[in-house]
Design a protein. Structure first.
Length: 272
């Protein structure tokens, strides 16, 4: 498989599967856009294995195989052909790509988090590492803020996906915070948004917003089109968080969906 065919495939995958990613990368120049799509396709492949229906031992085997392929010949798999080519063009760190797999393996072993410190370490693997991989393509060395921004987006995902994660047997909200606000796992199972649910989730939202604000310091080190890409991501996630807040943090009827017009408006705000 040629790199051109591989890039076309990962870009198609990104447009089909990504809720917000495709709208952010559409503003990038072609070479950067294709490299970011390759990183997304790789992360999507990792997630699909971790969240799929295979037995846990088979998931571990496949994830270990993905990590090993990062240092092997790309073969004919579009994702790995595109990613290998992107890594020749940009200094995408292998450690960040391997950390994404480590986060997925952690999902197989750990389904509860005692404290936010534990959760943050997990977020650094599954999302902070994506930020580090992407910032190499954008052309910045501000790894710390790239990690922070990745954590912010993951925290918003956690708020958005409480029901979906519960159905997978996972609760990412820190146990000590659930306890201190007086929310039990029985409340999550019952989709109970009364009482202490709103204060708990408001606390989660404010922390996510603080991480987002800190992470957006990354923009100062980016060229204009990369900055527009990142600010579009942030705007889309911020809009999702605001929709959730408007619904009183009732995340049990499914995640809020931003219309195409809303997404294009957010892109346009960055252009002006």
């Amino acid at each position: 498989m040629t790199a051109e065919h591989a890039y076309a495939e990962v870009e198609r995958l990104t447009r089909r599967r990504a809720r917000n990613f495709a709208y952010g990368i559409m503003v990038l120049p072609r070479e950067k856009r294709r490299a970011i799509a390759a990183i997304y396709a790789y992360a999507r492949l990792v997630d699909d294995i971790a969240d799929g229906d295979l037995p846990v031992d088979e998931k571990r085997t496949r994830l270990d195989g993905l990590r090993a392929r990062l240092d092997a010949a790309a073969g004919d798999d579009a994702t790995f052909v595109a990613l290998a080519d992107a890594r020749t063009r940009f200094a995408i760190p292998g450690d960040a790509l391997r950390a994404i797999v480590d986060g997925a393996l952690q999902d197989l072993a750990q389904v509860r988090y005692a404290t936010f410190d534990e959760l943050r370490d997990y977020c650094l693997k599954v999302a902070g590492a994506v930020g580090v991989a992407c910032v190499a393509v954008y052309g910045s060395d501000d790894v710390e803020r790239a990690e922070t921004l990745g954590v912010a987006l993951q925290l918003i995902n956690i708020i958005r996906d409480v029901r979906e994660d519960w159905e997978l047997g996972r609760v990412y909200l820190p146990e000590d915070e659930l306890s201190s606000f007086g929310v039990s796992e029985d409340d999550i199972a019952a989709h109970d948004t009364s009482g202490a649910w709103h204060p708990l989730m408001s606390f989660q939202a404010e922390r996510a917003r603080a991480y987002l604000q800190d992470g957006l310091g990354l923009l100062r080190s980016l060229d204009s089109r990369s900055a527009l890409c990142v600010s579009t991501f942030a705007g889309l996630y911020r809009a999702t968080l605001e929709r959730i807040e408007e619904r009183g943090f009732d995340v049990f009827d499914g995640p809020p969906h931003l219309s195409t017009l809303t997404k294009l408006r957010i892109v346009g705000q960055g252009l002006w």
